[in-house]
Design a protein around this ligand. Sequence first.
Ligand SMILES: [Zn+2]
Length: 372
Amino acid sequence: MLTSAPYSLYRSFLFLLGFLTLGACEDKNSSQSAEPESEEVRGVYGSPKPLWDKGYQLDEIGVNAIFVHSGSIQAEMLKRAQSEGVRVFTEFATLNGKNYVEKHPEAWAINEKGEPVEAAGWFMGVCPTEPGFRRYRFDQLRDLLTNYELDGVWMDYVHWHAQFEEPEPILPETCFCDHCLGRFSNEKSIELPVGSTAEKARWVLSQEDRKWREWRCQIILEWAVEMKKIIQEIRPGALLGLYHCPWEDQEFEGARRRILGLDYDLLKETIDVFSPMVYHERMGRRPEWVEENINWFCERLALGKEASPKIWPIVQAHDSPGIVYPEAFKTVLSGGQAGCSSGVMMFTTRAIAEKEEKLEVVKKIYQNQSSQ
Ligand SMILES: [Zn+2]
């Protein structure tokens, strides 16, 4: 190894030169760089391919960020998106795992009757405390961050087993597996009665309901904290985002916290960007509801545009279920930029690429903002 003094001196000089150069013209595409604070995020959710296939460059539409499912990310896609001046974030399906529980029944969530839960629509929540599953997911995240130069990871499906994306949500009581009951008992210093799982569950829900809900929220937070730790270790500077249920505190008898386990007051310390999933058509709401919901969220968390955490909602452009007409799409896309929001994206890229009128809406709003 070369360790002579002149060489070290030369190396220090090169390092300093590199440092100064980086400072002078910071690479806006590098995930290591600081986030450009002032620029609003004009995002699309889904692979950008449908837009590229139509002959567009992302920057000519005004798009400056893409959010792509972790399974769809490819080196070529990343390279081209970055060459078009676009930041690349990936969606990371966190607690949804039908295939996983089928192969690993020990991670199947258990209901209050002591039985394995049924799928909640197309969602199958894995038990969030099962150690083997935790290792599996965290390893997947490490691989993803090591293989791709991403600007951030957006956790999806971070909640206890349930389905909130339908007008009639499915809201079961879970999880009463041995891991969950054991951790609850230890961490809250509560001695559980002897008996069957169903008897223990009944006792917990009738005697320690408040602490049970609190503990479940802490488990969800723990996932966010672990994931942030991994991001900071492998790709410091990359953002941790969260796609989440947009219900207000009292909706469905407080089910966002009570059943899903989402406590904003806990999560806001760890999450860099909240992305409420304001899918108006899917959830049976008016298009104007999007703006109302975002304003509520900003007020509820006392968020400002420049402060952290940030809010970049995801709105619905996709036609199923229901039809999202261009006029309604315009209302929800603008609504997603209301209040303290500093960015927006739509579900999905394909939905706008396939309908010329919807793409026109995006162009009009995004191009106008990108030229400001
Ligand atoms: Zn469990």
